[in-house]
Every structure is written in structure tokens, then in C-alpha cells.
Design a binder for this molecule. Sequence first.
Ligand code: FES
Length: 172
Amino acid sequence: MSTADKKVNNERRSFLTKLTMGIFGAGVASFSWPYLRSLSPNILYEPPQRFKIGLPETFSQGVEFLEKQRVYLFREGNSFHAISGICSHLGCTVKYTPFRQQKEMKVRNLDVVSTGEFHCPCHGSKFRDEGTNYAGPAPKPLAWHPLEISPDDGQLLVDISQKVGRDFRLVV
Ligand code: FES
């Protein structure tokens, strides 16, 4: 065999060795991937359900929307309550629409003065300003969440993992 033939042979052998190693490596990787993936558990990182929103005196009278948490905070004097901004139909964010003038109406057989209502942009559900559903496909009222004062710094704390009745008020 000539030197030139030996060189061609060596190059061919080297190429075949690299090709074989590549195929072997790809095979090992594809078999071991599910095992390696199982070492990293599927964790869903959700935002905290209980969070501080600020000192009570920093909120103005009326309604304030906490966009990130999708919660409406109501303040009347020193009384606070929090209503979920998540539609009870399919979870769109409802929008609070204030009335031009307060309205007197009956809600849940009670005479109330209402300052606005919630509208859902997705399928048209409507809710009174205390959360009662009255139009559209929403099957139940908007949720009310508990509020408390944080003992360490006096901020308002909302817990959206919990629900409270519609007579809940935090007076500070
Ligand atoms: S998600 Fe609100 S009405 Fe459907």
C-alpha cells in the first residue's frame, strides 16, 4: 500500500470514528434526557397569595385597582375592603366603572347606595360594586378577600388565597 493510500485510509478511519462517536453521543443524550429532566421537578412558580400593599393612609378615598394582584381596594373613611378583580365566569379581569352619580338600589334585599359597578370585557358579565353578579354568564359574585394590618410595619396585607363575607370591613 502506498503512502497516499495509507493517508486516505487513515482519514476515512478517522471520519468513521468521529461519525460513530457522534451517533453514540446523540443516542446516549436522547436516552438520558428524560432521566436528567426528572431530576428537575416541575414546579410552578406562582406569585405570593398574601402580600403587603402599602400603608392605609397612602390610599385615597374610593376605589383603587391593584393591577398586578388583580384586586380592587375600597376605602370609605378608615374602613377598607378588598374585592377580587377576577371574573367568576372564566377569569378575565373586570373593570370598575364609576357612576356619574350615586344610585340607590336594592342589592340582596338591602337598600344600598352604589357608586359604580364592575364590567367584564370578555363576555359582558356585570357585578354590583359589592360584587353581586346581575348580568351575563358569571355564575357567582366576585370574591372578597381578607385584609389585615401587618404587625411589623403597619401596611395593609391582602390574602387572595382566602375569602371573606361581603360584610367584612377592616377599620384602622
Ligand atoms: S370571563 Fe367574564 S364574563 Fe366571561
